[in-house]
Design a protein around this ligand. Structure first.
Ligand SMILES: O=P(O)(O)O[C@H]1O[C@H](CO)[C@@H](O)[C@H]1O
Ligand SMILES: Nc1nc2[nH]cnc2c(=O)[nH]1
Length: 306
């Protein structure tokens, strides 16, 4: 078998066709793409002048199967800036090939997106972290990648990017600093952290031994998403910023009665939703692009407005 046949990915032409299908139906030309994590879909609701598509209606798109992921692609403006927002993402454990769960990143690129903001819910491994903290990602550990499950495996199309992309600069440092600056102005410094996110395949949560191991390896938080998207987004040259809402403490202790569960994840999302939305929207307002063609006259520059 030629290796190409083993590549479950989408050709450049298929991605182009999906992007063109969307571009034909919306006037908005987003420079920022946002991915909403579990229970964090309220971010998408903030967009003004929305044009929304259900994933099931978009050619080649997978469908969301997880509670807390609505399954809509929403175009609109956030603080006057044109954005496109995934209200719901795809995960390996839903059974999709890894290339399929990352397809939206290539669609973002072909829509003209330059900066991707990814959010997720994660378990805290760092003992200094508390439920409700927001961790700005400075780096990641890609466990499925160690086992050969990488969305960039298969034939490489140079129109997207190079065969061997660098990942030492995966998380844009200027955007990390911007998050801390905006967070400080909003009075969020007490619950803003910077750390390393570790992705696992899920859907089972970690055992106690696994949590201890991941912490020893240098992970501050653990989840089941984001990293695959970052790999594909960086491959095609988009800047990435990612944050984790620490929705639960990873269980590290055999004496503990705590049990990780998705309901707690969604509940914590609700508690921090408003702050997270303010942080992201004010970052979007301040992100500089080469082609800042979307400054609306009615920009809402008030940091506290919603
Ligand atoms: O990473 P997001 O999509 O926020 O979701 C996180 O929350 C779910 C577990 O509760 C898992 O899907 C995990 O990855
Ligand atoms: N793997 C993993 N994903 C999560 N998503 C939210 N919390 C957790 C967690 O504790 N572990």
């Amino acid at each position: 078998m030629h290796p190409e046949e083993g590549n479950a990915g989408y050709s450049y032409e298929e991605c182009r066709a999906t992007a063109d299908w969307l571009l034909a139906q919306v006037d908005i030309r987003p420079l920022v793409g946002i991915v909403c994590g579990s229970g964090l879909g309220g971010l998408a609701e903030m967009l003004k002048d929305q044009v929304a598509f259900n994933y099931k209606d978009i050619p080649s798109f997978p469908q969301s199967t997880v509670h807390g992921h609505a399954g809509r692609l929403v175009f609109g403006t956030l603080k006057g800036r044109a954005c496109v927002c995934m209200q719901g993402r795809f995960h390996l454990y839903e059974g999709y090939p890894i290339q399929k769960i990352t397809l939206p990143m290539r669609i973002f690129k072909l829509l003209g997106v330059e900066t991707v903001i990814l959010t997720n819910a994660a378990g805290g491994l760092n003992q200094d972290y508390r439920v409700g903290d927001i961790m700005i990602l400075k780096d990641h550990l890609n466990m499925p990648g160690f086992a050969g499950n990488n969305p960039l495996a298969g034939l490489n199309d140079e129109r997207f990017g190079v065969r061997f992309p660098c990942m030492s600069d995966a998380y844009d440092r200027d955007l990390q600093q911007l998050a801390f600056d905006v967070g400080a102005e909003l009075g969020y410094s007490d619950f803003l952290r910077k750390g390393v996110y570790c992705v696992l395949g899920g859907p089972s949560f970690e055992t106690i031994a696994e949590c201890r191991m991941l912490h020893t390896l240098g992970a501050d938080a653990v989840g089941m998403s984001t990293v695959h998207e970052v790999l594909v987004a960086r491959h095609c040259g988009m800047r990435c910023f990612a944050l984790s809402l620490i929705t639960n403490q990873a269980v590290m202790d055999y004496e503990s009665e705590e049990k990780a569960n998705h309901e707690e994840v969604l509940e914590t999302g609700k508690l921090r939703a408003e702050q997270l939305e303010r942080l992201v929207s004010n970052m979007v307002l301040r992100i500089q692009h080469n082609n800042n063609n979307n400054n609306n006259e009615d920009d809402d520059n008030d940091i506290n407005s919603y």
